[in-house]
Design a protein around this ligand. Structure first.
Ligand code: F6R
Length: 264
């Protein structure tokens, strides 16, 4: 695991967008795992900008989103499909037939989950998985006690998640979906590379547990410690509680492998 501390949330999002763009240029058929949420909006706006200004090409890439709510009507403005259209898909030259999300409207949800796993496998697996981290430490919607080997499946959302995401779902607790389909922790860990972005002081406590605490299914983000190529990009506010932050800073400034990331 590598932790990269950037001075501001904006610089952290810039760095994540630059890394995505670099890998997309190197491999136009990139299979890209996507996250939603407030943190990712900054990354997507930068990728859209790169598409417009530098011609960053999404035409051959395939995307698989981490999760989708269950029970939202087709075209709901609160669905993650809608979020992705708004923040990325309709603003770049991606082929919508190459964009996949778990089907939260399927009549047979377990079958939809199996199909999703099959589709990821058919394209050779995820090359790069983008992640955020929830207030309770989830990645995707892998809530406490998610097995570290779990696959795409249905999960009930915790009150912490309902409180976190309620405002994004219109703010009415009665209409907020309480269940979702999510890639499992095991599905996420099979990605070739992982890039997690966390910004803001509200994430500092859970981030320190995820990066430096013991691995536990109570906090699914701790499973990332098992991954061989996981980069965590944070701003100063989110880095506040990291015990090793001076060491992470030293590595960024001194290790040759970090040189490309110093002035971004
Ligand atoms: C969303 C997802 C979640 C979010 C997390 C952080 O697709 O997978 O794990 O990344 O809840 O959300 P924000 O960025 O809104 O704090």
């Amino acid at each position: 695991m590598e932790v990269i501390i950037q001075p501001t949330a904006g610089r952290a999002a810039d760095l994540v967008a630059q890394l995505v763009a670099k890998w997309l240029r190197e491999k136009p058929h990139l299979v890209l795992g996507l996250a939603t949420g407030r943190t990712m909006e900054n990354v997507y706006s930068r990728l859209v900008q790169m598409h417009r200004v530098e011609g960053l090409d999404f035409s051959l890439c395939r995307t698989f989103n981490l999760d989708e709510y269950i029970g939202l009507g087709e075209g709901s403005p609160f669905s993650y499909r809608h979020y992705m259209h708004q923040h990325l898909f309709r603003q770049v030259n991606i082929d919508l037939r190459n964009t996949y999300l778990p089907d939260g409207a399927a009549a047979n949800l377990p079958a939809a989950c199996r199909r999703y796993e099959d589709q990821i496998r058919e394209f050779g697996g995820i090359d790069l998985q983008l992640l955020g981290i929830g207030a309770g430490g989830h990645i995707g919607f892998n809530e406490p006690l998610s097995a570290l080997s779990s696959r795409t499946r249905e999960k009930a959302l915790t009150q912490t998640t309902l409180d976190q995401n309620g405002p994004l779902c219109g703010g009415d607790p009665k209409t907020m979906p309480r269940r979702a389909l999510t890639m499992g922790v095991g599905t996420i860990l099979e990605a070739e590379r992982i890039l997690l972005l966390a910004t803001g002081a509200s994430k500092a406590g859970i981030l320190a547990k995820a990066i430096e605490g013991p691995i536990t299914s109570m906090i699914s983000a701790t499973a990332l410690q098992l991954h061989r190529s996981c980069r965590i990009v944070v701003d100063e506010d989110a880095a506040q509680k990291l015990e090793g932050k001076e060491y992470y800073r030293w590595l960024l400034q001194n290790e040759p492998e970090w040189a490309p990331y110093r002035d971004t």
